[in-house]
Design a protein around this ligand. Sequence first.
Ligand code: TXA
Ligand code: MG
Length: 328
Amino acid sequence: MDTKIIKVNPETVDKNLLKDAGDIIRRGGLVAFPTETVYGLGADAFNPEAVKSIFAAKGRPCDNPLIAHIATIGDVEMLVREFPQKAISLAQAFWGGPLTMIMKKRSSVPDVVTASLDTVAVRLPSHSVANALITESKTPIAAPSANISGKPSPTVAEHVICDMQGKIDMIIDGGKSMIGLESTVIDMTQDVPTILRPGGISLEEIREVIGDAEYGGFSSDAPKCPGMKYTHYSPDAEVILYEDFKNIDTKGFKKPCLITFNAEKDERFPLMYSAGESKEEYGARLFYLLRKADLDGADAVFAVLPDKNGIGEAIRNRLLKSAGGKII
Ligand code: TXA
Ligand code: MG
């Protein structure tokens, strides 16, 4: 398949450029597009055949449900049969933005979107290009991250091109994803809303709006069950996480790479990448650096594990998954 690649400037979105993209979605095709978190691989959420082809392009297991992306809060009504008060409050506080809410789905939402669950995940992105695409398509867009299943999520169009060229109809290049980590996923069907995946909106921020909320379903510490199949976001290089630099031992590696906040030259590392000046910067560049390590031929990546506050929880979660839980 010939994949069309177009560039759209997020600051001055030229809607004419997105007409084609909207047509592709309405005709049942696949379009990769930028969001503030990571790039998504989108199809018409109400077209089961189109949604099926997302799973094929990514090599994603069919039992992993997708997020439906909308352009206005009112669009939620097309997807859910209940929009609880706490969800309305969170929507008002954090949409558009990196928050995905799980709610009870309408029967019109195809099973292939939700992996036959009775719930659907909904997100309203803040990215101007994502919003213009959804508006132009006149339908909610079901989209996972636009990477091959198991690889780090794409935060620039080059990553999407690398993983998806030839497999999908169009890639919209809208520059860098500013947050760089996927959205916070919160289950709003529980009495106490439960965070299933940490992301750009923290537990503390959510509690400020709705009071009670808790973590569930993931752990920012090493997994308790060692046999658990746990890698994800994985570069080809072995990922090793450290809290204390003193514990690092590079023996046995030919081209180890170091990711750290204050990168002072260290002879043991042929490759050294800066994590940036803050956790926000680390989050924004983490997936980019994991992919860069592969391109630069690293056989090991020693990455610093940040503390759990704010975006730290999400960074730790992605790092632990990419390292299969290994910390030194
Ligand atoms: O930031 C993001 O969320 C990006 C951009 C493209 O919006 N999307 C993304 O999609 O990360 P994906 O498919 O890679 O992750 C969606 C997560 C998965 O962990 C999935 O299991 C969960 O949301 N999910 C989706 N629907 C669900 C449901 N009904 N119940 C529980 N979890 C659900
Ligand atoms: Mg993903």
